[in-house]
Design a protein around this ligand. Structure first.
Ligand code: MG
Length: 268
């Protein structure tokens, strides 16, 4: 019995000793981080790499030189009808290099999407509500810009036209109320400048990181690094289906909204 007691005391003392050694090792790491010597010369905090690429901010036609132009007014070749990947039926307008929602000979929804697909992007897009004011609430100049084909930034003629605020112009539809309403007069051109980071999913299809979005409406911050909860349906809660890259989608909501000057810079 006495021998067993001595053995137990020995084990306890050994364990304590081990812990002490580990703690002191951690302390040493912490201390070494804390005791990093404060620089005394300016060059000690000046770095020369990695060197960022040079971008001409007003490259060809005023578009940044490393941007992918999705629409410049000359062609709908980069776009397709979203529901069946058929031919885009929107009208090209030579006078202002824009395109306008149009269903052509069909009653089918004419929502279009870019043929190219994207993850995280910087997006520039300009849009215009119809000059002829028709309808009210959600039925006046409704369209939308969808990131990765799933997450809508609302486009709406909200001038003297109230609606639910999480569905007003600049909202992340049914999710995030914009910080301000920064629309120009109906019939003038608006711009959205967007910084969007795509969500991430694990192999089991579960979301591991939410998408985030920042939006400037005519230069005014209206979404400030908002964490997107999921898809933006008209009815129901946001959903989070796993997905990879997706298109920029422009909504046909039955109103002849126009778009022009669309470009993206890929961020991944
Ligand atoms: Mg819409």
């Amino acid at each position: 019995m006495k021998r067993i007691l001595v053995l137990l005391v020995g084990v306890v003392l050994f364990s304590c000793n081990q812990k002490t050694e580990k703690d002191s090792k951690d302390d040493t790491i912490e201390n070494s981080a804390e005791v990093l010597v404060e620089p005394t010369k300016p060059e000690e905090t000046e770095f020369y790499e990695p060197v960022p690429p040079t971008v001409n901010p007003t490259g060809q036609n005023g578009v940044p030189s490393d941007a992918i132009v999705l629409f410049d007014g000359t062609s709908l070749d980069g776009w397709e009808r979203a529901q069946d990947r058929g031919k885009a039926t929107w009208v090209l307008n030579d006078d202002d290099k824009s395109m306008t929602v149009n269903r052509g000979d069909s009653d089918d929804n004419a929502t279009i999407q870019s043929k190219k697909v994207f993850g995280s992007v910087q997006l520039h897009i300009e849009w215009k509500s119809p000059e002829k004011i028709e309808g009210k609430g959600q039925n006046r100049g409704n369209s939308g810009v969808f990131l990765q084909g799933l997450y809508e930034i609302q486009v709406l003629d909200n001038n003297d036209n109230d609606t639910y605020v999480n569905g007003q112009v600049g909202s992340i539809y049914k999710q995030s109320i914009p910080l301000a309403k920064a629309s120009v007069p109906t019939g003038d051109w608006n711009s959205y400048d967007v910084v969007y980071h795509a969500p991430e999913f694990n192999d089991a299809g579960e979301k591991t990181k939410s998408a985030t979005i920042t939006v400037l409406h005519n230069g005014v911050l209206i979404q400030d690094h908002y964490e997107i909860k999921g898809t933006t349906p008209y009815i129901g809660w946001p959903k989070n289906p796993p997905h990879g890259k997706g298109p920029i989608k422009l909504q046909d909501h039955g109103s002849p909204v126009s778009y022009r000057n669309i470009w993206v810079r890929e961020l991944d």
